[in-house]
Write a protein that binds this ligand. Sequence first.
Ligand SMILES: NC(=O)C1=CN([C@@H]2O[C@H](COP(=O)(O)OP(=O)(O)OC[C@H]3O[C@@H](n4cnc5c(N)ncnc54)[C@H](OP(=O)(O)O)[C@@H]3O)[C@@H](O)[C@H]2O)[C@@H](O)CC1
Ligand SMILES: Nc1ncnc2c1ncn2[C@@H]1O[C@H](COP(=O)(O)OP(=O)(O)O)[C@@H](O)[C@H]1O
Ligand SMILES: [K+]
Length: 487
Amino acid sequence: MAINAILLVNPSTMGKIDAAAIASGIGGYGLMQAAGAHVAACVLRYYPAMVRAIIFCGPGNNGGDGHVAARLLAESGVDVCRYGVEPRPGGDAARAHADCPGKILPLADWCPEPGDVIVDALFGAGLDRPVNDEVAALIERAKAAETPVVAVDLPSGLSGRTGQPTGACFQACHTVTFAALKPGHLLMPGRALCGEMHLCDIGIPARLITGDDPISCNHAGLYNDYLPAADPAQHKYKRGHLVVFSGRLISGGAARLAASAGLHAGAGLVTLATPPGAVMVQATHLTAVMQRSVKSADDLDQWLEDPRLAAFVLGPGFGDLDKARDFVTPLGGANRPVVLDADGLSAFAGDTERLGGLFLGETRLVITPHEGEFRRLFAELSDDPQLSKIDRARAAAKILNAVVVYKGPDTVIAAPDGRAAVNAGAPPWLATAGSGDVLAGIIGALLAQGMPPFEASCAGVAMHGQAGDRAGRAMTAEDLPPHIAPL
Ligand SMILES: NC(=O)C1=CN([C@@H]2O[C@H](COP(=O)(O)OP(=O)(O)OC[C@H]3O[C@@H](n4cnc5c(N)ncnc54)[C@H](OP(=O)(O)O)[C@@H]3O)[C@@H](O)[C@H]2O)[C@@H](O)CC1
Ligand SMILES: Nc1ncnc2c1ncn2[C@@H]1O[C@H](COP(=O)(O)OP(=O)(O)O)[C@@H](O)[C@H]1O
Ligand SMILES: [K+]
């Protein structure tokens, strides 16, 4: 009996897991009892001063969990009122309803009173369309009355697959879910609509909590076996030489942030490849980071003959989009890993085919777009409301044969082979100018040390978040590099 805190399970897969548990001899009604008990316990724990528990019950098993919670809360001495619809006859929900004393009133009858706490058991995994006008009006009423909401499985109205509301949606203070998290619990705005998450064991055996789709939370198991080892015999070139391309005179700070992050993330040496006109200004800022003047794609081509150059970061503050395209061509031919960020991505807006064509074969391109950069590259994917952020990142990864680090509060890392991870724990104060440049430098350094691109990206995103935690909420991007620590 267990929970799986790593796997993200789509609602349709969760239905199959429930069915497999039932087929293995575990009664569905028992699962519902356990689910309802966790909901009742959450209400009692967080709202000890409540006056009434208001249970909104839908027609399916989500409603069934609500009937169980209603009965248990009433048995605990709470004043309980149920509103909603009678469950469909014959199933576990109907039995849970029959076992709960009292009647169900129409949703429209609920008049908010001070001390009310709502248990939202209208729709969970079965939600497949926008809620109707009656439920939308109820959600409005709850919001206007500021009545706290404890959601069962998912706030009603939220898609567990995409993290997007299908229409009106409850804003929960707490969400109680079972066996495994769904993508919608972590993807925005779902994560914010869920409030505090509670992942609870309802008695489904761990061996059954598996997915047919490799989506997980970003966790150490994804990359631990690939992290650079501290080898006593290492020297700086063995640790990896990272090259970061600098922008023009006016915009060299972003590349310096990436370069400094690269050194702290373990690259043995980092060289800024700087346009001749910016070399002097960069020199006044650099200490451990080295510098080389690189004027043209031909210069770069020559330098690439040095096999010790292990990985490249191009984009932060780069500025010149034509030049970015010119430089990426020899990098594509160099058969070494490349991180493209910021201007390195904007340079290929509307031309993703060309970018993908430069990086055929074994995956060695990592792109790190934020929402706007992603849209510039993949407007059609961004505009498709059926796609989740995971779907979009995966599709982009396939198109470019690249690992996609689709940034934000819910950074998604996706590989062309379909692996995907969602990183949801990073502190919000990472939303500060230059923080993405630091991330590009960290991933570049891990690539330079020989990590494969998906693993380097997952580890890099984790290191970035941890550096943010250590730097604290008043940090600026410049504070991040010294707080980077090996995993
Ligand atoms: N299975 C198990 O063992 C366990 C399951 N558990 C619980 O079961 C929940 C899933 O239950 P579920 O599959 O019955 O779906 P649920 O979310 O209740 O929806 C019911 C029906 O509502 C309808 N409908 C959908 N959208 C609608 C809309 N916008 N507006 C109006 N109606 C709408 C649609 O039916 P339709 O009208 O299309 O025929 C849909 O089928 C899960 O979230 C968890 O809480 C736990 O007890 C643990 C054990
Ligand atoms: N609300 C948030 N919570 C956690 N991390 C965030 C949040 N907003 C942004 N980030 C992270 O901060 C970084 C910002 O990168 P980016 O948008 O490229 O900024 P810049 O271009 O200024 O460097 C990304 O790693 C992103 O995932
Ligand atoms: K619900």
